[in-house]
Design a protein around this ligand. Structure first.
Ligand SMILES: [Zn+2]
Ligand SMILES: [Zn+2]
Length: 425
């Protein structure tokens, strides 16, 4: 008996019947990012684990409970990246990107890893898209980044989502807010979960993010960050909203958005699909004006967002959206006879290299069997070449939708098909 190998828990295969959906969503994201003049950055799948401990925060769930940490053979402490911002910030600093042209507006897409409880729309290897913008404190940039994320979802055709924004203040005004939270939650210390009891001493804001029911109830009436913004944070937040209105981007202000990571400041935002239940965030992000400096770079403001492709695709399927059509051959090439087959093999190469997609079976099946295979392949056309036709310098072209057949001159096949392709696309 041979052993059966299973896929690791929390991972999944993207099968050929679905991979075109992923390619489509990747393509739309890349196109829109380019429209906003963002450029792709590709960083390693693993990093030194202290990068995430420092950037994301070593008391966050991501780092404490969910990170895939391992040692390599030299004993280096490494981690599969649990998120995309820290690696991009690391690269920004390492490569001195602030002094290079066109290197302050970056996007990425690729797999991330978290040892989390697998459930619908949540996996241990998951795919994220994200953008990071470095070097500007201008609220226009906040609005631009938010608009890019919003328009990405719109471009995919998604309808059932809302954009919610908040300001969580700069490090100055968030101190006042922290004090107000400590005062409020201390009254309920006995009722808070153990994690939140610790949070009360270290990161009181994180209590607002707790998933435990009783903590949530208590947090319901907690003071709002918006009441603790200083003058400059307040005007910046108002400006962000003004720009969004001018850009025609609908939004709600939700003072409950805190974002789970340590590095956020000021603007925070989320795109939420209300049909997905608990796992409803399609993406989100915020400003991180202190992160680059905290990571050893020159003081550089920044803002970005990230989101997961799994939930996007799930939402698109739920809304019955199109993924640009699955990949199928344009032509199925059928031959009868030895000479025809030999001729076909060189023509096939020529046609494929001129950009046409063709399927061909050299199995010498009957015409009927090959026609059936052409049908199954969903090709738009069939090319049929027999020894007789070869002698007459002819080839038959069959439209697989209408069933209509026509003969064309064999030596004009390539030209004819390229024209046909142009018309059909
Ligand atoms: Zn402030
Ligand atoms: Zn709690």
């Amino acid at each position: 008996m041979s052993e059966k190998y299973n896929i690791p828990r929390g991972t999944f295969d993207i099968l050929p019947e679905n991979s075109y959906k992923w390619q489509y969503v990747f393509r739309i994201f890349r196109e829109l990012a380019a429209a906003y003049n963002y450029r792709e950055i590709i960083t390693p799948i693993f990093e030194n684990s202290n990068l995430f401990e420092r950037a994301v925060g070593d008391s966050t769930d991501i780092v404490e409970k969910e990170m895939y940490k391992f040692q390599d053979k030299k004993g280096r402490e490494l981690a599969l990246r649990p998120e995309g911002t820290a690696p991009v910030v690391r690269s920004y600093i390492n490569n001195n990107l602030q002094n290079r042209e066109n290197s302050s507006k970056l996007y990425y897409l690729g797999p991330m890893f978290r040892y989390d409880k697998p459930q619908k729309g949540r996996f241990r290897q998951f795919y994220q898209y994200g953008v990071e913008n470095f070097g500007s404190k201008d609220p226009f940039i906040d609005a631009e980044v938010i608009a890019l994320g919003y328009n990405f979802l719109k471009k995919l055709g998604l309808q059932n989502f809302v954009l919610e924004i908040n300001s969580i203040g700069c490090s100055e005004c968030s101190k006042d807010y922290d004090a107000a939270l400590v005062e409020y939650f201390t009254k309920y210390t006995g009722d808070l979960c153990n994690d939140c009891k610790n949070r009360l001493k270290t990161k009181p804001k994180r209590i607002l993010d707790c998933k435990i029911k009783r903590c949530k109830e208590i947090a319901e009436n907690a003071p709002s960050q918006l009441d603790y913004l200083d003058e400059s944070c307040r005007t910046d937040f108002e400006q962000v909203q003004d720009y969004l209105v001018k850009m025609n981007i609908p939004f709600l202000v939700n003072p409950k958005i805190v974002r789970g990571l340590d590095y956020y400041t000021k603007t925070a935002f989320e795109y939420l699909n209300n049909n997905l239940g608990a796992q409803n965030a399609l993406g989100g992000g915020g400003r991180y004006d202190n992160l680059v400096e905290q990571m050893g770079g020159n003081p550089t403001p920044g803002i970005g967002f990230a989101g997961g492709f799994e939930r996007l695709i799930l939402s698109m399927e739920t809304e019955g959206l199109d993924f640009g059509g699955s990949v199928k051959p344009f032509i199925y090439f059928i031959t009868l006879g030895e000479k025809a087959e030999l001729y076909a093999i060189s023509l096939l190469e020529d046609l494929r290299n001129s950009g046409l997609s063709l399927e061909f079976d050299a199995d010498k099946k009957s015409l009927k069997a090959q026609m059936k295979a052409a049908d199954r392949s969903k090709a738009e056309f069939a090319l049929i070449l027999g020894d007789d036709e070869l002698e007459n310098n002819e080839i038959t072209l069959k439209n697989m939708t209408t069933g209509k057949q026509q003969k064309i001159a064999l030596d004009t096949t390539k030209e004819y098909l390229l024209n046909l392709k142009k018309k059909s696309s």
